[in-house]
Design a protein around this ligand. Structure first.
Ligand code: FAD
Length: 410
């Protein structure tokens, strides 16, 4: 059996380990942290299982769903599937009906609450234009430039929240081409692609725990608390680097300087999640609501964890997400607590914890050149930052993990 060492046990490394094991490699996965999952992991706070950040999957995450299926995860039980909606607590904004695509988009846009016909028409005209141009735009374009024909309301209630949640960057900074790819896969790739899949369990239970059990049952070795500082001892095997870009850059500095420099050049943006508890009865239209975010009220979305799961521990727990966050933890917490009071009319919220991930995602700007999967002979990289069509997402991580394992055979 050919041996492969996988360094990093986030979603990319776990996907690579599963695929390589399926292909008959003797897999050893080494993870620095005490737990698997990386930037999508369980965080236990005073006995309450939360996450390092609220995550959303979408129906277009085909490789992620394939991985969950391989691992035997019951996706019906673990994920709440909802048609795409970006409505506020009053039900204003876009919500797609449960109809076949692309009829769902047409009906959803025409019936968007609070939108004038000029808003609706601008979106339909722009969307038709994107489709006619094959969802391609000039590489230098930002999302804001791409969307110049849209009305301010469509920008505020649809494009800005979609862009910030998918690319973790504002529309004035984010890559138009990557945004178009996400739109195409979500909205024009068949029934269910645009559905939102909200985890009903913590992220550890969603995938990493199942991957650990599957890998062990299939003969792979999985070791946590194993930070690799030097690739030297591992180079007599195939190596897959599944650590984040900044760690991969350090490890390959002497072996592949050009690749290492490219990985090191990526910049990152933060995401903060504020978890609170309330005893107030909520009458939100959905488990997730969009918020009118401003610099001093920075959360873009709120999630009612209690309506996602019957678990008594999650009742009354809310997660408020601040994508592309720039402030320090205390400031974010204070501003979001004000937002909960003023925008959600919740007056008894008590803070559980605020988790700030400073390097949540790489900054997916126009013309960004991402490092390729092959580092040098015998060393591959996988991770959400490796060259590919997607921004930093679970799907990008899993796809690149599968691709790295497939490359081992070539
Ligand atoms: C708060 C937050 C919210 C997000 N929301 C969403 C969302 O809603 N939807 C979505 O699709 N995506 C979301 N993402 C992005 C998604 O979580 C990431 O794209 C994905 O988890 C990246 O996985 P990865 O395996 O590429 O990298 P990582 O998760 O970073 O995994 C790398 C692993 O390598 C380990 N490691 C590092 N150095 C070493 C070393 N020297 N030796 C051994 N191991 C090492 C790390 O500990 C880590 O476990 C979010 C991210 C964050 C942080």
């Amino acid at each position: 059996m050919t041996a492969v060492t996988i360094i990093g046990g986030g979603w990319a490394g776990l996907a690579a380990a599963v695929r390589a094991t399926q292909k008959g490699f003797a897999v050893r996965l080494l993870e620095a942290a005490p737990q698997l999952g990386g930037r999508a992991r369980r965080v236990v706070h005073e006995g309450l299982a939360l996450d390092n950040g609220q995550h959303i999957l979408i129906g277009a995450y085909r490789d992620t769903l394939r991985l969950l299926h391989t691992l035997g995860v019951d996706t019906e039980a673990a994920l709440l599937r909802l048609p795409l909606q970006l409505q506020d607590i009053h039900g204003q904004g876009l919500a797609l009906p449960a109809l076949p695509a692309p009829l769902n988009l047409l009906v959803g846009v025409c019936s968007a609450r609070g939108w004038s016909w000029a808003d609706k028409f601008s979106l339909l005209r722009q969307a038709t234009g994107w489709q006619t141009q094959g969802f391609a735009c000039e590489a230098h374009m930002t999302v804001a430039e791409l969307c110049q024909g849209l009305t301010p309301k469509v920008m505020q209630q649809l494009i800005d929240p979609l862009c910030i949640s998918a690319l973790n960057l504002s529309a004035t900074q984010a890559s138009g081409q990557i945004f178009l790819t996400v739109l195409k896969d979500a909205l024009w790739s068949g029934n269910g692609s645009s559905d939102m899949l909200l985890p009903k369990v913590d992220l550890g239970s969603l995938m990493p725990d199942a991957a650990h059990a599957w890998l062990t049952a299939h003969g792979a070795i999985v070791e946590t608390h194993q930070r690799i500082e030097d690739l030297g001892p591992w180079l007599h095997h195939h190596v897959v680097l599944a650590c984040p870009s900044w760690e991969a850059a350090k490890l390959t500095h002497g072996l592949a300087p050009a690749w290492s420099a490219q990985a090191a050049s990526l910049t990152h943006t933060a995401i903060a999640t504020v978890y609170v508890r309330t005893t107030q009865q909520l009458s939100w239209p959905h488990a997730m609501v969009a918020l009118p975010s401003r610099p001093d009220a920075p959360a873009q979305f709120a999630f009612d964890k209690g309506s996602l799961s019957a678990d008594p521990a999650w009742q009354g727990v809310l997660a408020l997400v601040v994508s592309a966050s720039t402030d320090e933890r205390d400031t974010i917490t204070q501003q979001v607590m004000g937002q909960i009071r003023d925008q959600l009319a919740i007056h008894d919220a008590s803070l559980i914890t605020t988790v700030v991930e400073k390097r949540a995602t790489f900054a997916c700007t126009p013309t960004l050149v991402r490092p390729p999967a092959q580092v040098c002979a015998g060393i591959w990289a996988c991770g959400d930052y490796v060259a590919g069509p997607y921004p930093a997402t679970l799907e990008a991580a899993v796809r690149s993990g599968f691709a790295a394992a497939d490359a081992l055979l070539q």
